[in-house]
Design a protein around this ligand. Structure first.
Ligand code: FES
Length: 328
């Protein structure tokens, strides 16, 4: 998993050194990071991520990367970064990082943890989304817990950690190659099957895979509480996105938000201090009441009922009216 976020160095920010790197596929680079003094790193659990500070990245100074390894001896954080040629420079920086170079990293945080046992884990990964799923696989294998792994990519050549997966999971791993044609992807309906109270689903990969898995699971009757996912990034801007003016009901302020900018970013740029965390529509931390206006909801945090009551996750919702009034 990789995504971007606002964050400034804090007293617990770690200085880490790149000690090993390797090309896993034509697009993905594996990086191993250690403390320069060789001391232990803060512990983490499967599914955790770190934030790397990207020098000169301006308003989006950090990128989040899932930890791939298991905590082990506590000396290494391993991440894998897919080069995004159309990105904002974070992946290019990580691909150019030289052995011995030092970077600033926040301690691990886990928004995608495995549910407490006992339960069976159904793991679904697409492409670089394998990174937290591999950490989970390692943990489940080491603790002898039941799981099945379904992993898809364009082809074997574009599948990071393929050999590790085959060696680790053996027949518990099922591989899928779509040759770039999503219609030839995973048979989600059959691999999900009927819901079981003893089974939880964990999915990480492109938004299309997460949306399809979520839709199929809900269609099959799975409770939302048994489906866990982590996104690469916030949703992309679409042609329907438009600028809007936000009226803040409590302060009386008016803030213009251009097309392609989230309401959250518009408020921050105007000097407001809204609550937020994930910036991907997953945590619900940024939800506010909309008193007037129209939006397209793109979050996974709120229910349809909460949307109809006027709650809006302003990190991902996009305006569908020229003015929007928020209860702020
Ligand atoms: S900040 Fe997490 S849903 Fe908006």
């Amino acid at each position: 998993m990789q995504s971007s976020s606002h964050s400034s160095p804090t007293p617990d920010t770690l200085v880490l050194e790149l000690t090993a790197a390797q090309a896993l596929t034509p697009e993905v680079r594996r990086l191993q990071l250690r403390r320069p003094d060789g001391q232990r790193l803060p512990a983490f659990t499967a599914g955790a991520h770190i934030r790397v500070h990207i020098p000169g990245a301006g308003a989006e100074p950090t990128r989040c990367y899932s930890l791939v390894n298991s905590d082990g001896d506590g000396l290494i954080y391993e991440i894998a970064v897919k080069r995004e040629c159309a990105g904002r420079g974070g992946s290019q920086f990580m691909h150019q990082l030289a052995i011995g170079q030092q970077i600033l990293v926040t301690p691990p945080k886990n928004d995608f943890a495995l549910h407490k046992p006992p339960h069976e884990a159904l793991l679904i990964a697409g492409g670089i989304g394998i990174t937290p799923i591999l950490s989970m696989t390692r943990h489940l294998q080491a603790t002898n817990r039941p799981y099945a792994l379904h992993y898809g990519a364009r082809s074997a050549a574009f599948m990071p950690y393929l050999q590790e997966i085959e060696a680790l999971a053996g027949s518990r791993a099922q591989l899928y190659f779509d040759d770039g044609n999503p219609s030839r992807g995973m048979p989600l309906a059959s691999l999900l099957g009927a819901p079981k109270t003893s089974r939880h689903v964990y999915v990480c990969g492109p938004r299309a895979l997460i949306d399809a898995t979520l839709a199929q699971a809900l269609h099959l009757g799975w409770p939302r509480s048994q489906i866990h996912f982590e996104l690469f990034s916030a949703p992309a801007t679409t042609a329907a996105d438009r600028g809007t003016t936000i009226d803040l009901a409590r302060s009386g302020r008016q803030i213009d938000v251009p097309a392609g900018t989230s309401m959250l970013d518009g408020l921050i740029a105007a000097g407001c201090d809204p609550l937020f965390d994930c910036r991907r529509g997953e945590c619900g931390m940024c939800a506010v009441h909309m008193l007037d206006g129209e939006v397209e909801h793109r979050d996974y945090a709120l229910s349809d009922e909460q949307h109809s009551e006027g709650l809006v996750c302003i990190c991902v919702a996009r305006a569908r009216s020229n003015r929007i009034t928020l209860d702020l």
